[in-house]
Design a protein around this ligand. Structure first.
Ligand code: HEM
Length: 134
């Protein structure tokens, strides 16, 4: 079985730990100006990456594509970390370049994820859809 679901979940768990830590730090300091960084680490990082990992676990044939599956992981997991980092830089230094670039990469990963789900939706027998296509 592919390690991709575990990789997605591990990346998601890393975001959860850092995002939660930031939430606790904000609460203790009563300083919430980094709340958007915390929210996006948790929602783009933890929630979205975990759902992608569980999707690859539910349809293991999605993870069998040797190029597209690792590419989608790289785009989504890389930008899920870079995007909150970009929001931080944007808040602290008024430089939104990293946030904008990472958001576009995250969108590319989401589009690739969606495109790879399409055969599952269109197939009469979803379990066979990608196996037949590859
Ligand atoms: C121990 C865990 C957590 C702590 C201590 C925590 C703490 C906080 C704090 C202090 C705020 C700012 C509130 C304010 O601006 O008045 C916040 C906002 C937020 N948190 Fe968390 N949080 C935790 C977990 C999570 C998780 C797991 C998620 C999502 C999966 C999440 C999503 C959000 C969102 C969406 C916001 C609103 C951000 C905004 O208004 O810009 N949090 N959290």
């Amino acid at each position: 079985m592919s390690r991709l679901p575990a990789l997605f979940l591990f990346a998601a768990g890393c975001c959860l730990v850092v995002g939660t830590g930031l939430g606790i730090a904000m609460g203790m300091a009563h300083d919430f100006h980094l709340a958007p960084v915390h929210a996006h680490l948790n929602l783009v990082g933890w929630t979205t990456l975990a759902l992608m990992g569980l999707t690859y676990r539910a349809w293991p044939q999605l993870a069998e594509a040797r190029v597209l599956a690792p590419l989608q992981f790289t785009l989504s997991a890389g930008s899920a970390v870079a995007f909150p980092a970009g929001i931080y830089v944007s808040i602290e230094h008024e430089a939104p370049g990293l946030a904008i670039g990472a958001a576009l990469v995250f969108l590319a990963g989401a589009l690739l994820f969606l495109a790879r789900l399409l055969p599952l939706v269109l197939a009469r027998r979803p379990a066979m859809a990608l196996a037949a296509a590859e």
